[in-house]
Design a protein around this ligand. Structure first.
Ligand code: E4P
Length: 233
């Protein structure tokens, strides 16, 4: 089975510093919400701080305009900040306009792209048509948010992997990971990348406990808590 790379889904600079040292982490993804959560005031200054910490591993930085021309300007600027950047472009703007023409123009300029907020096979097909195979690019499928809405991401990811199969520079990324097992699912489906919040990365690092050990740990946990609470009947 080909390796599924693990990216860390975070914008907090201290966490990036810590996780950049881990060999299990192959790269990073950020988004405007994570940047806000990290307390970024100036998008440029904060991004440059992250790029000082993460100099080699790929890092995705997203445009944040809702206007396609403005997105293009932002993408061109962001791309100049470092060689390891993937410029993240949402598949549509908030009005539902497909960013395909922009994706094509940036792809022609050999700018590495991460097309984000993708939910459907039809979006994957359209994006795939806009990408050549000369420049590395990523298509991020928001599996967890789908599952949050009661939808199964597995068939969509499976199809996306098939659609992009002929293009070795176009990678499918399992985004919005909700639990450690999503890594196993992503691997089985042949996803090239999964992006994972730091706490879940730690759990994946500890994979491998036997069922025997799990049952003992579970029973011990209940026992410890009962004793701590001094339960009596
Ligand atoms: C992907 O690149 C996104 O940053 C991320 O996976 C979104 O995850 P969320 O649904 O937990 O916000």
């Amino acid at each position: 089975m080909p390796k599924t790379k693990i990216f860390c889904d975070i914008a907090d600079s201290k966490t990036i510093k810590e996780f950049n040292k881990k060999t299990i982490v192959d790269g990073f993804t950020t988004n405007p919400s994570l940047m806000r959560k990290a307390g970024a005031k100036s998008y440029e200054k904060y991004s440059k701080l992250l790029l000082k910490i993460c100099k080699k591993k790929p890092i995705s930085l997203e445009v944040f305009s809702d206007n396609i021309n403005e997105m293009e300007k932002q993408a061109l600027i962001i791309n100049t900040w470092g060689k390891n950047i993937y410029v993240k472009i949402p598949v549509i703007n908030s009005k539902g306009k497909f960013t395909g023409q922009l994706i094509k123009r940036l792809n022609k300029k050999k700018i590495k792209l991460n097309i984000t907020a993708v939910y459907t096979v039809s979006q994957v097909k359209k994006i795939n048509k806009c990408l050549d195979n000369r420049t590395k690019s990523i298509i991020s499928i928001f599996s967890g948010r789908m599952a949050d809405a009661g939808k199964d991401p597995v068939p969509i990811i499976k199809k996306a992997v098939q659609i992009t199969n002929g293009k070795n520079r176009v990678e499918i990324l399992w985004a919005s990971t909700r639990e450690p097992y999503n890594y196993v699912q992503a691997q089985k489906l042949g996803c090239q990348i999964i992006t994972v919040p730091p706490k879940i990365i730690e759990k994946i690092s500890n994979f491998g406990k036997s069922f025997d050990q799990l049952t003992k740990d579970t029973v011990k946990g209940f026992l410890v808590d009962s004793r701590k609470s001094n339960f009596k009947i």
